[in-house]
Design a protein around this ligand. Structure first.
Ligand code: SF4
Length: 737
């Protein structure tokens, strides 16, 4: 099946005089089931609608969205697979240099706040064309929300984009219902009955069974009102028991309209029902080209495809409820899965592709080992409104079952042409441990067949308070899994590492908690190359904590880091071994009153005076000192182990002297500190691993950081294993577990 038309000429080639829908998208056109635009457009095509694609239109030119003229039924608009602001900006609000969803990774092919810009562009050009927003940007901004980039409360994106409807969450059911209603001649303003949609109402006369949220103006004036409003939204994000919600907005100047109505209303219908297994199978069987549009060949294609090209989406939905993840709000807590037969069929198709090398990179979804709804009760009455399925400990009603997933993996790995099947979506280790056998059977099979040297898991933190805010299991649970992983690999005779994802500056984390995490890294002998700073993306529980200072579930106060320097300190603590972080680590420890961790004791994170300052301050003297230090290091490293304590004490004294001399004697100090650098260096050079706070190999093996028999300490560098890397060490966002 050919790509859908992207030009008027291609439309004419199909014998169409117009399209039914023009799909305007912020991403490049990639016809693959991992791209929301591809799913929706292929689905509409399968239902008999004529769809044209306008990918990454030049928003500065009105005619860029007039490629097909006026579509018969309307425009579908999506910012793309990611929120455009997350796509464009780092957590430090710095503009990124690369866009993986654009040809050649080129940045600048979509506007900031793309859904709003496209919506207004269309409205200017085609005044009465229906506009339906979809995609994650619209879904997570469907009601008033905190916007990190402007640090303000923003209105529903429905109002700012001039769109008529939002199709939120998983859009298959709602988009087909909308298309059929439009095709039947209904006015877009009368399509107010579709689950999974948001629409605008001028009065509440025809809105039934709705819960009214605080008005937008109230949310702007009182962030706690936002926390209360979000708690309701979050609770009602359930396809079984979710209610209709109404958010009032004062008319301009709070003036009443002709009928005395002071407000307009944004109405959110309950979430659409999740797809059944048969429906999911049908969707993923649509005739995707599985690649980018050929017009991008010259640019080298669309980088984001490589992440998913040889991966299988096996499930949707997540009952894990990590607070920093938007999945609960977008896909919901109800897990639905594709059948084994459908997945095997797709895998067979992949093995026929010319560039398939025998590796299936992933079989998963938001959480790889969730393959069914959490419990029977969830199917009948919806997920519990005030209880989480896994945190702080697995619910007694939770159905824990990895057998189905294992059966699937077994079938896939025995397919002709398949050398290896990896799992990189992430597994919930607390769910694994909840198995009656403590997760032994699943972990054994996982380690034996589906780990490519490293298994990345997401404990995210170790502080009890932070984990509670995150909705993650206690630290002991991770440690139990780490031990299980280490034991299992030892028995299998495999050298495989467990790499923990860690997050800094999450709500609930102050310096004290960050130090606790740094000490965890120290004890584990783990030096994370990448640390994810908490990123307040729209409509997560954690973002609402960040915006309001309270946990919306309890309204209890939560410590929140907003200051960029404190964020820097927290991140530096976790990566305290990096030489460039030493000054920040000392500052953080001093600020937290933890000077006991500054010194030469094996438990210390940093030495009192960092070499960099000594070297810098010392100028030529410092360089000479550094050189001398190197020579002495080599010398001592060979034969002076016994003198460590003595030298350490001497260095302490010298450092103390250097501190006293700081201030007026800067010029002189340069040389002195340089000398001290030379003298202090031997102390650094001769510290044993234990003195440096690095655990012994045996200790690491016990905790799963390295397998038995390995000569390496744990590292976040991907292991060489003869197979492709399962992923880059850089963490994808948003985090999904
Ligand atoms: S009963 Fe337990 S497993 Fe089921 S939805 Fe509620 S919290 Fe989740």
């Amino acid at each position: 099946m050919a790509f859908l038309p992207t030009t008027r000429a291609e439309m004419k080639e199909r014998g169409w005089d117009c399209v039914d829908f023009a799909y305007v998208c912020g991403d490049a056109y990639v016809d693959h089931s991992s791209f929301g635009a591809a799913i929706i457009t292929r689905l509409l095509e399968a239902k008999g609608f004529r769809v044209g694609i306008i990918a990454q239109p030049d928003w500065r030119r009105d005619d860029s969205i007039a490629v097909f003229g006026k579509p018969r039924l309307g425009f579908l608009v999506s910012a793309g697979n990611m929120d455009s602001m997350v796509n464009h900006f780092t957590v430090a609000r710095k503009r990124r240099s690369r866009d993986a969803y654009s040809p050649g990774g080129q940045m600048g092919l979509r506007p900031d706040r793309a859904a709003i810009v496209y919506g207004n562009l269309i409205r200017r050009t085609f005044k009465d064309s229906p506009i339906i927003l979809g995609g994650i940007e619209a879904s997570l901004r469907r009601l008033a929300h905190y916007d990190y980039w402007s640090d303000t409360m923003r209105r529903s994106i429905l109002l700012d984009s001039c769109a008529d409807l939002i199709s939120y969450g998983m859009g298959e059911h709602s988009i087909v219902a909308i298309a059929e209603a439009l095709d039947a001649g209904l006015d877009i303003r009368d399509i107010t009955f579709v689950d999974g949609t948001v629409y605008r109402a001028d009065s509440l006369e025809s809105v039934f069974d709705a819960e009214v949220l605080p008005a937008f103006e109230e949310l702007q004036a009182d962030r706690l009102a936002y926390a209360r409003s979000f708690a309701v939204q979050y609770r009602e994000s359930d396809p079984v028991r979710g209610k209709r919600l109404v958010e009032p907005y004062a008319r301009d100047g709070a003036l009443a309209d002709a009928h005395g109505e002071r407000y307009i209303y944004v109405v959110q219908n309950p979430p659409a029902a999740p797809l059944s297994t048969a429906e999911m199978d049908a969707v993923y069987r649509l005739p995707f080209e599985r690649t980018w549009h050929p017009s991008y060949d010259a640019a080298g294609g669309v980088p984001a495809l490589s992440e998913v090209e040889f991966s299988l989406t096996s499930s949707r939905g997540c009952f894990g409820e990590c607070a920093f993840c938007a999945l609960t709000f977008h896909q919901g807590r109800m897990v639905s899965a594709r059948s084994h037969d459908a997945l095997v069929q797709e895998a067979e198709l992949l093995t026929q592709l010319p560039n398939f090398k025998g590796y299936l990179h992933d079989v998963g979804g938001p959480t790889a080992d969730f393959r069914a709804p959490a419990c029977e009760r969830q199917l009948e009455r919806g997920a519990c409104a005030n209880k989480r399925c896994l945190s702080p400990k697995p619910c007694a009603n939770l159905r824990v079952n990895h057998k189905d997933y294992l059966r699937l993996l077994r079938r896939l790995r025995t397919l002709p042409g398949v050398k290896k099947v990896f799992v990189r979506s992430g597994i919930r280790f607390d769910y694994v441990l909840a198995e009656p056998d403590g997760g032994a059977a699943f972990t054994r099979e996982l380690c034996e067949h589906h780990v490519s040297g490293q298994l990345r898991v997401a404990p995210e933190h170790v502080s009890a308070d932070v984990l509670e805010c995150m909705g993650k299991p206690p630290r002991e649970v991770y440690e139990r899994f780490a031990q299980l992983f280490a034991r299992t690999n030892e028995r299998l005779g495999k050298k495989q590492y467990l790499v923990p994802y860690l997050m800094s500056s999450h709500p609930g984390s102050g310096l004290r908690e960050a130090i606790e995490l740094a000490e965890f890294c120290r004890d584990l002998g783990y030096n994370p190359e990448q640390v994810q700073d908490f990123y307040p993306t729209p409509s997560t529980l954690a973002t609402v904590m960040y915006a309001t200072g309270v946990d919306p579930r309890t309204m209890n106060p939560v410590y929140v880091v907003r200051d960029s320097h404190e964020k820097q300190l927290q991140r530096a603590l976790i990566q305290y071994r990096n030489p460039q972080n030493r000054a920040l680590v000392r500052e953080a420890l001093a600020a937290a009153g933890r000077e006991d961790l500054i010194g030469y004791d094996p438990k210390c994170l940093v030495q009192p005076v960092g070499k960099p300052e000594g070297v810098r301050a010392g100028g030529a003297g410092g360089r000479a000192g550094k050189q001398a230090g190197k020579q002495t290091n080599a010398h001592i490293g060979k034969r002076q182990g016994a003198r460590v304590g003595k030298q350490g004490a001497r260095a302490d004294k010298q450092v103390a002297q250097a501190k006293q001399q700081q201030g007026a004697q800067v010029g002189k100090q340069g040389t002195q500190v340089g000398k001290q650098g030379a003298q202090a260096k031997p102390q650094q050079g001769v510290r044993t691993k234990q003195q440096q706070g690095v655990r012994t190999k045996q200790q690491q093996q016990q905790q799963g950081a390295i397998p038995q028999g390995s000569k390496s300490t744990a590292s976040s560098k991907p292991a060489k294993h003869g197979a492709p890397r399962t992923s880059s060490s850089k963490r994808k966002h948003p985090p999904s577990r």
